[in-house]
Design a protein around this ligand. Structure first.
Ligand code: HEC
Length: 143
């Protein structure tokens, strides 16, 4: 009797903990992999952005603008390694072709430029507040 009690009981709490913990840890891992903001390079750039422009930076990343424009707006994103997209340098106000003010930048994002033919499509799925936040982040890059 005593022997069988010892053989069964001690492992039960451990089994229960592992049963819960493993799926939770696995889900957290999968979630963190899918989040573009968790990329170390993105994190590094994010730290250099003042607090008030971080929501715009986050939206810039989540909407994949950096794929062409690069994290700091230099046009050096992963989709543009070959420079097939002729992007302006967001850090230089005089390189913009469609206006460098917050309102003009917001307009370029919402409606695209040149009907999307040169690579910049309209982003009508981005909500008004997020459009403004992204435009403010890009404007901040100009300093
Ligand atoms: C597929 C590549 C690509 C992606 C993704 C992309 N852009 Fe562009 N973007 C371009 C190109 C190319 C231009 C220049 C087009 C031109 O001047 O004819 C441009 C132009 C712009 C301009 C106008 C700049 C000027 O010259 O006045 C703004 C602002 C802009 N993009 C913001 C964004 C934002 C914000 C996002 C994400 C929501 C984004 N872009 C996503 C390729 C891209």
């Amino acid at each position: 009797m005593k022997g069988s009690f010892l053989a069964r009981k001690p492992f039960r709490p451990v089994g229960r903990l592992v049963g819960w913990l493993v799926p939770i840890l696995v889900s957290l891992f999968i979630l963190s992999c899918g989040d573009p903001l968790s990329d170390p390079e993105v994190q590094k750039q994010r730290e250099s952005v003042p607090d008030q422009f971080r929501p715009g930076f986050d939206q810039y990343v989540v909407n994949n603008c950096q794929a062409c424009h690069g994290l700091r707006g230099g046009g050096d994103g992963p989709l543009n390694k070959s420079r097939r997209f002729d992007t302006p340098n967001f850090r230089q106000a005089d390189s913009y072709r469609h206006g460098s003010s917050i309102a003009e930048i917001r307009n370029s994002i919402e409606f695209g430029v040149n009907g999307g033919r040169t690579g910049m499509q309209a982003y009508q799925n981005i909500g008004p507040d997020n459009l403004t936040a992204i435009a403010q982040y890009i404007r901040w890059l100009q300093q």
